[in-house]
Design a protein around this ligand. Sequence first.
Ligand SMILES: [Zn+2]
Length: 594
Amino acid sequence: MKFLLLFTSLLSFTSFAQSVNYRLRMDTPQSHYFQVEMDVKDLSKSEVLVKMPIWAPGSYLAREFAKSVDLVTARGESGKQLNVKKINKNTWKITKSTSEDITISYEVYAFELTVRTSFLDLTHGFVSGTSVFMYVDGLKEKSGYVDIYPYKGFAEITTALKPTGDGSTGDAGTVRYAYNDYDQLVDCPIEIGNQEVFTFEAAGVHHTVGMYGDGNYDVAQLKKDMANIVEAATDVFGFNPNEDYTFIIHNVQDGQGGLEHMNSTTLSVNRFTYSGSQYKGFLSLVAHEYFHLWNVKRIRPVELGPFDYDSENYTSLLWVMEGFTSYYDELLLLRAGYYTQDEYLRKLFGTLNYVEGSPGARVQPVAHASFDAWIKAYRPNENAPNTTISYYSKGSVIAAMLDAKIIRKYNGKKCLDDFLQHLYEKYYKGKNRGFSEDEFQDELSAFLKEDLTQFFEDYIYGTKIPNYNEVFRPLGISVTYDAVPRPSVGMSLKGGAGETKVSYVRRGSAAEDAGLSVHDEIIGCNGLRVDKQSLEEFFPTLAVGDRIELLISRDQQLYSVELVVTPYEKPHFSWANVAEGKAKELYNYWLRSN
Ligand SMILES: [Zn+2]
């Protein structure tokens, strides 16, 4: 029996000319270390470079995953140890004889449970591929398999990777999965443990859900609601490119969102998110990550796939990838019947007012916000609200503007859905590649039969406030700028009764004029001891020109500061539904539900 299994695995070995096969072990979960072995076959070179990615696609930050890699060794066919030398932050050079097959071994410390990092303890393991699997330089295109050796108490493996045959390797509990290339391997996160697993069918696709952690969820309700979201997303494109799709859901104390993959996603949510108003937030997250299987995983900028794992992959189009996806993650809830039209519009104009009310919206164009995601959006500091704008929020407002333009142009016969379908057909299916920034603008101009140079200059590469009434009035929504100058101290506070600190100072504000800085502790105001609550009750009672005396502590030294309240006009728009006649028809098409 054992011999027979060994024999079949030898057979499958010879079917790959060059291949990289992995073994993933987790023998001591309490140490938080995964053990990885890589068998590298038929590489006729005397030097092999093995690399750990610096980032996880979908999450635009250099995370330096090599920092968690230990004990990298390599041995040849005879078992002889080979020379391993580290040559830069994420690359190891192995010297071998030509035509020698080698096995590389290493350990990865995994103790960060997020959707883009890995984790292991006695309750479960989670593998985000780019932080666990190294790759051989030059062999990223090769296929292979991964043998997973679950810890003895772990009974379930949830992943979009496909088991080979019956998945058996001959070792008890071990499952063998095949991958087509490294991109696919690391695009399939793996949950190993005792998660609750359920399945549902929707849009002709088999969906598997693996739920780690307790939560107030109801499986029957989730099957129904997640299927509705899947159907609504699929309707945007008219087809679903996957045969199966996997959700890995981590129910934790502090959820942080999701990460998209070709035919799976990992979601991290608060364990009590499954009731009340929070539940719509969860469904919106499901819609967001699911929509990404088209928008960013297939319809994509040329820079985002195939990926360079060795450095930052810059694109100015995250406002389309994340912004349009954010637009649809709410619109799909409307289409699936979870929002009324009014609820939806309140959400949309809430986002619009957040964008226009952000000081950073007048400083950073959304294309620059996209490009600089690596150093700004993912590494915000205390000055971020003054200098940056979210490409999610602003991108979703731009998506709404473009949707309105398209609906008006095509008289309620086409919408943004049709433009996305066009991009899918032309670039993903037709050219099997992403588009450049210029190609995107040209495609959009051609689709709208309108030169969009000025539009892009003003709102994508510039920071102008659009004439929103002109945009939405033809669809029956009148929009009015209603901001007026109001008294403002221009700072935010954090802390509680014990210690109140300045957490934000608006550029050019009264607080800045007074010399206040982030981290200053405010102890007294006008001769009285104060805390965050008393200050936040007092500030709104002030008028322009009022002077207040603040006692602050900065780096242990006490200072007295005089602040003079100044006027500040924070941009704001109100909206009203005035749809009738033709506008009502366009309104009903725009905000239709299935
Ligand atoms: Zn996203």
